[in-house]
Ligand binder design. Structure first.
Ligand code: MLT
Length: 393
């Protein structure tokens, strides 16, 4: 029986999937971790750990490189919270365009006033909260994955002009884009033409400080930036300078820092949210369910979908005796594994091998139950990271 450990608040629907698949909660030496924003340390990689499910898209809270070196599969849930994030981006654009926050705060100051008096006060003061509409304005979307493409559809319906930039766009994502989306050839080209810019890229070495003094130099005067992806994609000092000089007019983000909080309190041109992008009931259920399904299917069958460090792999069950073997991606490994199996007079009924960068996985269905000794012999082959017998349930 496989065990799991949960970090953070994970929707019960996800935990139910583990339980339905015969897994049990066990905090010491679990086979799987399921988490949201818990920052994992090396210490969390106990010897029995086989996989980690991240209920969300970003995996910057998981040491993915260490996981790969130890043969631990890291899953995420792309698209599962895309609608929640998209809705909050739309809200962010509106908050950045109209005096909603300031107007709402003003309305509460009228507590205790009689109707006539408060109506008069409101009508005389509402000019201070006037804004602009998003219809007819240009939205730049940086990153056209699940969230970016959904945002493009909604912004298109709202009458916005859309410019997209994504040098790594997948064919599926390209299909999802409305035909009206104009493709930018560079980030700078997008920034120079957009009234609103929304960021939808993961935090990687290559995307850190994507928005910095270098890129802000060319941004359209008065642009509004919305960042619900990750704080590190934007250089906060450079953003503050840009706000101070009036180059950009608003910064909306899910990732407050002390400097941003000071600016928000003093000037009101920074709008801060406490990492709420994916915080809807629906998104939490979708993410938890998707992560639990993926983790369960890997533990039970070796199937991998939506991993950030392993190749996708799937093999229909040919027999009841499946070996799941993870090895470093070195030449000759399949031959060495097959030799061990053949020397034990076992027959391979079906098998598949997939690799990605430095790691490889083999799913091997045998016609008979392999002995513990065969498993030990395979484990002893150089570059093998783990061998696990996975009976059909
Ligand atoms: C994500 O990466 O999708 C979000 O950060 C999820 C979350 O808020 O937990």
């Amino acid at each position: 029986m496989y065990t799991y450990k949960i970090y953070n608040n994970i929707a019960q629907e996800g935990i139910n999937i583990f339980n339905k698949n015969g897994m049990k909660e066990g905090s010491s030496d679990p086979d799987a971790l399921l988490l949201r924003s818990q920052v994992l340390q090396d210490i969390d990689f106990n010897k029995s750990l086989k996989c980690i499910g991240r209920a969300g898209a970003g995996t910057n809270n998981i040491p993915v490189k260490d996981a790969t070196e130890k043969g631990v599969v890291v899953f995420n849930t792309p698209g599962a919270n895309a609608n929640a994030v998209k809705e909050l981006v739309v809200c962010g654009m509106l908050l950045a365009s109209r005096g909603i926050i300031q107007g709402s705060a003003y309305a509460t100051t009228l507590k205790g006033k009689a109707s006539d008096e408060l109506n008069k006060a409101m009508e005389s003061q509402k000019k201070h909260f006037k804004g602009t509409e998003v219809k007819g304005k240009t939205l730049g979307i940086v990153g056209l994955g699940a969230i970016g493409s959904l945002l493009a559809q909604t912004a298109n319906i709202m009458g916005m002009k859309i410019i997209g930039y994504d040098p790594y766009i997948s064919v599926d994502a390209a299909w999802r884009l409305p035909k009206e989306v104009e493709k930018a050839d560079s980030l700078e080209s997008l920034l120079s033409r957009c009234d609103y810019v929304s960021l939808h890229v993961p935090l990687l070495d290559s995307t850190k400080d994507l928005i910095s003094s270098q890129t802000l130099k060319v941004i359209k005067d008065g642009a509004k930036i919305i960042n619900l992806s990750r704080g590190g994609i934007v250089n906060n000092n450079d953003i503050l300078d840009s706000l101070e000089s009036g180059k950009i007019s608003r910064y909306v983000t899910d990732f407050p820092t002390p400097e941003l909080i000071s600016r928000a309190a003093d000037d009101g041109d920074v709008i801060l949210l406490p990492h709420l992008g994916a915080s809807t009931k629906e998104a939490e259920i979708n993410c938890a369910s998707m992560a639990s399904e993926q983790v369960s299917d890997f533990l039970r069958n070796g199937t991998i979908v939506n991993s950030v460090n392993f190749p996708s792999v799937r093999l229909g069950r040919a027999t009841n005796f499946r070996l799941i073997i993870i090895n470093k991606n070195e030449p000759g490994m399949i031959g060495k594994i097959a030799d061990q199996i053949a020397s034990s007079n076992l027959n391979i009924t079906d098998m598949t091998n997939k690799s990605r960068d430095d790691i490889a996985i083999n799913l091997i269905d045998l016609d008979e139950n392999p002995s513990d000794q065969i498993i030990k012999n395979i484990e002893a082959i150089e570059h093998i990271l783990s061998v696990r017998l996975c009976p059909a349930l």
